[in-house]
Design a protein around this ligand. Structure first.
Ligand SMILES: C[S@@+](CC[C@H](N)C(=O)[O-])C[C@H]1O[C@@H](n2cnc3c(N)ncnc32)[C@H](O)[C@@H]1O
Length: 574
């Protein structure tokens, strides 16, 4: 039996520690550097608050995209309540940590001289990736743009967070053809885009998550087989397609095929039986039974070298290539299935300038075409879905939002974007919002704008619950995607979209009154009831007899449960 730790002497334990220290470890190790925005959450719980003056309503529908301004540590925390297992595609473009004022940690730019610059970046990214992973659906994928400074660190971090088995590839994007910014020893003209799936490996093998386009395959094969004896074969009328001119044919140009009767070809099809003698791999009976089963045959030239088309209409998928070329003169330039070519950094700057003007220009946005290319690769259950939810939590100037709206316009899709960005140098207000607003004018899609905010923990748990419930309305609206207000009272509120209602009942004593009111409004669509409770009890037994199709959920308990898990809070539980 193995010896218990208590039974070791101090000397034995010290020897054991020395042994452990000598062992080589494979993996990523860094010194975790505490981050203020994360430690704040132990006393200030994040919530979302709509800035109603920034809502962009350009059509009457209830569907809206979402912008969330604030530190993404906080927005991702709230999304863990509103969007767990709900995101199809995440695209992010985090600070590359070049040492050139692009990465702020604890309110300070991190420069090249900072001995902990990689540790700080890894602490920052690991927290956010760990918060982002539970948001992805099982079928979801994440794309992460990165430069050389942190590529190696990010690859190992992602192997840890998402699992090496879920690594799809590392795309290399040709980001420029301008070689002004020369580095010593090489020109930097490429960027990396790491791609991981939430769950790539299934019991039947690798899941197909990226498809560039689907093509209709046209497979045909010759019927000639030199090692078989000659046979006479009859191809019934209308079963053979011809690539030669219409007319009457009574001989072939290839002695291997003998035409035994005159055949009449009209509109590229044989009007009577085609009778041929040649060495065939199929018997006369097989040729006939295949024709009856729908197989067609094909004569491409006067030789009459007949072929069977056995996979007409079969579809097959083309995978994207790992290198994304952007030079328009290159015949291999990458193109999405919508025919859009992937562009460069320079094109990105000019397309942004056109929408927001020179004074707001933000350095190094990504081109819309690059994001559109990546998003249009996403493939789920034999299809390119058009109703996906896309999250970008380093949204910057809002390129991903523009891409999503334009893709919707191309194929009348209903993709929804969620953009999260801080307001560093006014990027949220003066650049992203402005850009998105300009694009909504052309694409006619609605947008809602939220900011992160906080509810301070109170002296007692009950007080915290009361404070929280009064501030969680917008999180519930986002979770339910119901933004149209129907009833707004101090004791209860009702919102709707096209399919269902969301009710928030702040005073459980008002449940009967609420039920009566909603029965008067509409009793056919489902209602999701969020009911205030000091515990996990959702007041089910206080709901009177009703024909309503409803579900219940206790608040703020359902939110606090999530925060307890992600912030490891102990104190709020009752
Ligand atoms: C490289 S830029 C992204 C550019 C974006 N892809 C585009 O095309 O505009 C990174 C952005 O992340 C934002 N950012 C950095 N740290 C953040 C944080 N902790 N929370 C939210 N946004 C952050 C910065 O303001 C910056 O605009």
């Amino acid at each position: 039996m193995a010896k218990k730790i208590e039974d070791y002497t101090k000397e034995e334990l010290l020897d054991h520690i020395k042994d452990l220290k000598k062992r080589k470890k494979f993996g990523l190790v860094w010194e975790d550097k505490p981050e203020q925005v994360a430690t704040d959450c132990e006393i200030n719980l994040p919530v979302l608050q709509e800035v109603s003056g920034r809502a962009i309503t350009v059509n009457k529908g209830s569907f809206a995209h979402l912008i969330i301004e604030g530190d993404n540590y906080h927005s991702l925390s709230t999304l863990n309540y509103t969007h767990a297992d709900a995101i199809d595609v995440i695209y992010i473009d985090p600070p590359y940590n070049t040492g050139n004022k692009d990465f702020i940690y604890n309110d300070r730019y991190i420069d090249r001289e900072d001995a902990f610059r990689h540790s700080k970046w890894l602490s920052f990214m690991s927290k956010r990736l760990l918060l982002a992973k539970p948001l992805l659906k099982d079928s979801g994928v994440i794309f992460i743009s990165i430069g050389e400074d942190e590529y190696a660190e990010l690859k190992m971090l992602c192997d840890q967070v998402f699992g090496e088995e879920n690594y799809v590839t590392n795309f290399l994007w040709e980001k420029t053809q301008h070689f002004g910014r020369q580095k010593v020893n090489f020109y930097s003209d490429g960027d990396f885009i790491l791609c991981y799936a939430k769950n790539l490996v299934t019991s039947s093998g690798l899941r197909e998550v990226l498809v560039e386009y689907t093509k209709s395959e046209f497979e045909d094969a010759p019927l000639y087989n030199a090692s078989n004896p000659e046979a006479v074969l009859v191809f019934p009328a209308k079963s053979v397609k011809f690539n030669i001119a219409d007319g009457k044919y009574s001989k072939t140009t290839d002695s291997k095929y003998a035409l035994l009767d005159t055949v009449v070809v009209k509109n590229g099809i044989n009007q009577n039986d085609l009778k041929l003698r040649f060495r065939s791999r199929w018997s006369a009976g097989k040729v006939l039974s295949e024709a009856i089963a729908g197989t067609t045959y094909w004569v491409k030239s006067g030789k009459f070298a007949i072929r069977a088309i056995y996979a007409d209409g079969k579809v097959s998928n083309e995978s994207p290539k790992q290198i994304l070329f952007s030079n328009k003169n290159n015949e291999f330039v990458s193109k999405s299935r919508f025919g859009l070519k992937v562009g460069t950094n320079e094109e990105a700057s000019s397309e942004l300038r056109e929408l927001v003007g020179d004074q707001n220009i933000f350095n190094y946005p990504k081109p819309v075409s690059l994001i559109s290319y990546l998003l249009s690769l996403y493939y789920r259950e034999d299809d390119h879905p058009k109703d996906i939810t896309i999250l970008d939590f380093f949204a910057g100037s809002g390129t991903t939002g523009q891409s999503v709206m334009q893709l919707n316009q191309l194929d009348t899709g209903k993709r929804q974007f969620i953009l999260c960005t801080n307001n560093e140098n006014g990027i949220a207000e003066n650049v992203a919002y402005k850009r998105i607003k300009a694009v909504t004018k052309k694409t006619h899609q609605n947008v809602r704008y939220f900011k992160t905010d906080f509810v301070s923990k109170q002296k007692t748990n009950d007080q915290t619950r009361l404070a929280m419930v009064n501030r969680c309305t917008d999180m519930i609206r986002i979770r339910e995607n119901t933004f149209v207000e129907v009833i707004n009272k101090a004791t209860f509120k009702l919102f709707k979209d096209d399919d269902h209602y969301t009710a928030i009942i702040f005073d459980p004593l008002k449940i009967p009154e609420f039920i009566k009111q909603i029965e008067g409004v509409d009793s056919r669509k489902p209602v999701h009831l969020y009911i205030f409770s000091y515990s996990a009890y959702a007041h089910d037994q206080d709901i009177p007899e009703t024909k309503l199709d409803y579900t219940t959920c206790p608040i703020p308990e359902s939110i606090l449960e999530v925060y307890q898990r992600i912030f490891r809070l102990e104190q709020i539980n009752v």
